[in-house]
Design a protein around this ligand. Structure first.
Ligand code: SF4
Length: 347
């Protein structure tokens, strides 16, 4: 059963002297207890804006968020209650902790916000228990330290402990390991995975790394310029990517289990996309112009980079079912469109 349901989430950024830029366009998904959903895409695709909007740090232009069957509170006590249940782990463990406060201080504050918050010795024991749960030991020693006395991995463990202090049902992890040393990334991801199971958390894992998305998630959504262009079971999306954009991402980080034909198609897609991009640049079709065009609803927003673009891609937005629970916004998988215009295949 879904803990958090997001429907039609849309976020616009105001621009001086120009129409608003649509950063997130009608994104819908559901998070289930004890499961991880990965949100994958390049920088600038809108992933972090989705997280900020779901955490109610950015105001959506449209859409609904339902937590445990109730519409998310948007202000006052209802908003505070929502934030207790929907916690956030930021990307940068160096910026997310206050350098003048001890680890204990970072944990005591959210602990004391809980209904029936512990006090005195019980509060101190809760601090120690939180530190133990993220493998920061001995907890008495760690609690008295300041952020500058900790490594990047230890700081991110403190940030995770702080997120858990309000006893949330949902954890939004926004690129939680991208700023850490490669050597400790796996440890932190394993920690998040264990905490998800132990606490029955619904976890949204935001990343640009397809390999960890596959390993730690049951389902993957791929985002491109504010839109979910592909979604489905993790193995399906990674080993048999259906959307040319996902194929590009897969080509950048090939999976050991991917088939030869998938890898070859991914390499070809990457080369063709680079050529299409250069051609678009030469023609003066910049990113902002493309985004505005896409915001106006004119067809597939990946067509400027797509090696398979057809005429129909410029005029109508695609949507196709690739397999059970696997969808891709691509005309290539629409039998009617592919049959009607096979000669229009380009690249
Ligand atoms: Fe490429 Fe057309 Fe598919 Fe978009 S809809 S990804 S342009 S083939």
């Amino acid at each position: 059963m879904s803990v958090l349901e997001v429907t039609g989430l849309t976020v616009d950024f105001r621009q001086r002297g120009a129409p608003p830029l649509r950063a997130v366009d009608h994104v819908s998904f559901a998070l289930e207890a004890g499961k991880t959903l990965a949100l994958v895409g390049e920088s600038g695709s809108g992933k972090s804006t989705v997280v900020r909007a779901v955490a109610q740090l950015a105001k959506p232009a449209a859409g609904t968020i339902v937590l445990d069957g109730r519409a998310a509170g948007r202000r006052g006590r209802a908003l505070r209650a929502y934030r207790h249940k929907v916690a956030l782990v930021f990307q940068d463990p160096f910026a997310s902790l206050n350098p003048i406060h001890t680890v204990r201080h970072h944990l005591v504050r959210p602990l004391s916000l809980r209904p029936g918050a512990p006090r005195g010795a019980a509060l101190e024991e809760e601090v120690r228990e939180l530190l133990r749960s993220v493998n920061l030991t001995p907890p008495e020693e760690v609690a008295g330290k300041h952020p500058h006395e900790l490594s990047g991995g230890q700081r991110q463990r403190v940030a995770i402990a702080r997120a858990l202090a309000t006893d949330p049902d949902v954890l939004l992890a926004d690129e939680p390991v991208s700023m850490l040393d490669v050597s400790i990334r796996l440890e932190i991801l394993n920690l998040l995975d264990r905490l998800k199971r132990d606490r029955n958390l619904a976890l949204l894992y935001v990343t640009h790394d397809l390999a960890t998305a596959r390993h730690f998630s049951a389902e993957i959504m791929v985002m491109y310029r504010g839109e979910i262009v592909e979604r489905g079971p993790s193995d399906e999306v990674i080993l048999r990517p259906a959307h040319p954009y996902t194929q590009l991402l897969a080509a950048a980080a090939p999976e050991p289990g991917a088939s030869r034909s998938t890898l070859a198609a991914a390499r070809q897609a990457r080369r063709a996309s680079q050529a299409a991009r250069q051609a678009a640049r030469a023609a003066g079709a910049g990113r902002i112009a493309e985004q505005r065009e896409a915001a106006a609803g004119a067809g597939c927003r990946f067509r400027g980079r797509c090696p398979h673009a057809m005429e129909i891609c410029a005029t109508r937005p695609p949507d196709a079912t690739v397999g059970p629970a696997h969808r891709a916004l691509c005309w290539l998988h629409d039998p009617a469109a592919a049959g009607a215009a096979p000669s229009e295949l380009a690249g």
